[in-house]
Design a binder for this molecule. Structure first.
Ligand code: GLN
Ligand code: ZN
Length: 713
């Protein structure tokens, strides 16, 4: 994206028709050149090319239409790239797919770098991962074996390889990230078959392939890889690209530790066959620390973004070769030591409280059905109660108010009165719509994680620490560097104010610990679950303060709980256990009459439904409307759900207004599998990105649909 998101702005200006295709290409060319030169200057030997995206020879129109859709064609499906926050566009294939070599992008980028005096290693997604990450196209049977296309795609790879060789490339990197998943033997065999076919006709298991000269492994996430190489050995004569510098995080590497890892590998692989590397591509980390002028020097000394990681890799390689930069290593060791001992990192009290949690269950004392009874006596809600997920539209005016307050251009008084006015507007709208459980609309929040991070200790924020999410969209995750605590209440002021404006129940609105964790750069000096427990304790305090302030319904969003699921099935149970435990910690102390809601995005819940039940929330609202009611099929198959549940009745990602009949039809389908007294009626997610006209129209129909069905019960 560029150190200051140059590509984002160039893309968006092109899409808006404000600049030409040439302007966009120029930005892209300059970016590539600067990255290659930067790596060359840092001393990197194997510099990748063909790593650039959002530029293609087939013509921008087709390319961007596939990605973004146009007036007549919907956009292609996007999905998350493994366990990162990057989304890729899923290729759609079928038995009649014909592959041909049309885009010469890899060769062109190679030549482009060469013209700048940089000899690069072109990177290609490997054929097996390409196929396994695709999906059967519309109209193709779901079980279509994508790997059956291997023999028809390999000839295209051969053409690319031939052309790259002719252009002078002496190395080519094939990325086969699907190898990190649980794979059956058929799929594993496909890797051997593919690479055997791509070069000499020899067979063997993965690390004995003759055609492959070097293997690159992630030694950070692959926690057992080092031991495996040491115990099982490594094929002689092959290179090992040892990914020791974490490409997924923003922490400065512990160079002494990495150097010793590399030295132990050298003993196995051989001196001239070991290459120091990052653990993965650097697209999942922030770009360059030099642009962080507001971070203080101590915290800055603990960090390394992509530009700094490249320098670390080079320093490690030099040290291995006997040219250790002592001053650089000493500065790194000092930074590591300061991170270990800094009072800003450690908070004894928090450590103790988190340690005390282990081994206990943290569950509300009463079961959910008796809690719901107690709550209903107080709340007195109609059947099929209506609610929304939290945010209301964020207007330009609202963003301006927040920005000016942050920049101290308006006083606190002015800010509070502007937000108060917005809340009262949102309350009025909901009362007019006759919604049963209200929200305050979250006008004071820019982002559901950043808002809390800014008020918790142990968090730092960057000015330019952007990471691409999809297309031109980037996220700027907070950095959790220390023990987390909550010095002051974070939401009580606004929730209390909102509740005072209405006699209907007003939901307190919090982000849950697992979501805060999964959407941040997390410290790597303690296990993730420790950090999660600390955040849980901070949120617990907030929950209890909200309850004490008279808030009877509290929603704790766990939008990203599903996302944190590890790639390997063997690790699922452990993650789900501490993630669900963290959620329960936040609310195990409230009274029976306080109703705890949670909300989850994304549709793929079927495999974790028992963990969701185990969260023991009183009510869950869940994204559902775009997933062909996949969620409901779990209940159809007999999973018992006794808590309140609101599967979203319409898609908030689209400007389309659903009709009353359509929503009523959805509700009826839900009633076929769920008890009347547990069903809630709500949209899929927050309404932040929609316009008021859309929101009012859609919610009007949603409430009418609920009322219509109430009369039919
Ligand atoms: N309460 C948040 C909102 O409505 C939830 C957002 C989310 O689930 N991503 O905006
Ligand atoms: Zn959501």
């Amino acid at each position: 994206m560029g150190p200051k998101r140059e590509l984002k702005f160039a893309l968006e200006s092109f899409w808006d028709g404000k600049s030409s295709a040439e302007d966009l290409e120029k930005v892209a060319t300059d970016l590539r050149a600067s990255i290659w030169k930067q790596m060359a200057e840092a001393g990197i030997k194997y510099i990748p090319s063909n790593t650039f995206s959002y530029y293609d020879q087939i013509g921008f129109d087709t390319y961007f239409s596939m990605a973004r859709g146009n007036a007549t064609v919907p956009a292609m499906e996007m999905t998350k790239w493994f366990d990162t926050n990057y989304h890729f566009i899923v290729p759609e294939l079928g038995p009649n797919t014909k592959f041909s070599y049309s885009s010469h992008k890899a060769v062109n980028e190679y030549k482009e770098a060469k013209a700048l005096g940089v000899d690069t290693v072109p990177v290609l997604i490997g054929p097996v991962s390409y196929l396994l990450l695709s999906k059967p196209a519309k109209g193709v049977e779901k079980g279509f074996p994508l790997l059956s296309l291997l023999s028809s795609i390999l000839p295209v790879y051969k053409e690319v390889i031939a052309e790259l060789k002719a252009a002078g490339a002496s190395w080519i990197q094939f990325d086969e990230p699907t190898l990190v998943l649980d794979l059956d033997s058929d799929k594993l065999a496909a890797f051997s078959a593919a690479y055997t076919e791509l070069e000499a006709p020899l067979s063997g298991t993965l690390t004995s392939l003759n055609s492959v000269t070097a293997y690159g492994f992630d030694l950070v996430r692959g926690t057992q890889t080092l031991e495996l190489i040491k115990s099982a050995g490594f094929p002689s004569g092959k290179y090992l690209f040892a990914g020791v510098v974490d490409g997924r995080n923003i922490w400065a590497d512990d160079l002494a530790a990495s150097l010793s890892t590399l030295q132990s590998l050298e003993a196995v692989v051989g001196k001239d066959k070991l290459v120091a590397s990052t653990s993965c591509s650097l697209m999942h980390t922030a770009v360059d620390l030099v642009n962080e002028t507001k971070l203080d020097d101590e915290i800055k000394s603990w960090l390394a973004f992509a530009a700094q990681k490249v320098v670390e890799v080079n320093a490690l390689a030099k040290a291995l070769a006997g040219q250790k930069d002592e001053a650089y290593f000493a500065a790194n060791a000092a930074a590591q030591a300061s991170r270990r001992s800094s009072p800003r990192v450690t908070n004894e009290e928090v450590q103790k409280a988190a340690a005390a949690l282990k081994g206990s269950d943290h569950r509300r004392a009463t079961n959910v059905s008796s809690r719901l009874d107690a709550q209903q006596k107080k709340l007195n809600l109609p059947v099929l109660p209506t609610t929304t997920i939290g945010s209301f539209p964020q207007t330009v005016e609202l963003r301006r108010v927040r920005r000016e307050y942050k920049a101290k251009k308006i006083t606190e008084e002015e800010y509070v009165s502007a937000i108060k006015e917005e809340i009262s507007k949102v309350v009025k709208i909901q009362e007019e719509l006759d919604i049963d459980v209200l929200v305050h609309g979250e006008p004071e929040r820019n982002d559901m994680v950043e808002y809390f991070g800014e008020q918790l200790s142990g968090f730092a924020f960057t000015a330019n620490g952007w990471v691409q999410s999809y297309g031109s969209r980037c996220v700027k995750p907070p950095i959790i560097y220390g023990d987390v605590s909550r010095p002051n209440p974070m939401t009580v002021f606004w929730s209390k104010m909102a509740q005072s404006m209405t006699s209907r129940p007003m939901k307190g609105m919090l982000t849950g610990p697992v979501t805060i964790l999964n959407w941040s750069f997390v410290r790597n000096d303690q296990p993730r679950f420790e950090t999660c427990y600390q955040i849980a304790l901070a949120i617990k305090k907030e929950v209890e303060d909200l309850e004490a302030a008279g808030i009877q319904v509290i929603q704790i969003d766990e939008a990203a709980l599903r996302e944190g699921l590890p790639l390997r099935k063997a690790e699922h149970a452990f993650y789900l256990d501490w993630a669900v435990h963290s959620f329960r910690i936040t609310n195990c102390g409230v009274q029976d009459t306080t109703q705890i809601h949670t909300h989850m995005c994304y549709s793929n819940f079927n495999d974790i439904i028992h963990s969701i039940i185990n969260m023991d929330a009183d009510v869950i609202t869940i994204e559902n409307s775009r997933s062909d009611e996949k969620l409901l099929s779990v209940f159809r198959e007999g999973v018992k759900y006794g808590a309140g549940i609101g599967p979203g009745v319409y898609d908030i990602h689209s400007p389309r207004i659903p009709s009353t009949e359509e929503i009523a039809d959805r509700i009826n389908k839900m009633l076929a599998v769920l008890d009347t007294n547990i069903l809630w009626v709500n949209p899929d997610c927050g309404l932040k990105t929609r316009k008021y006209a859309e929101v009012k129209a859609a919610l009007t129909n949603m409430v009418s649909a609920a009322k219509l069905i109430r009369t039919e019960l």
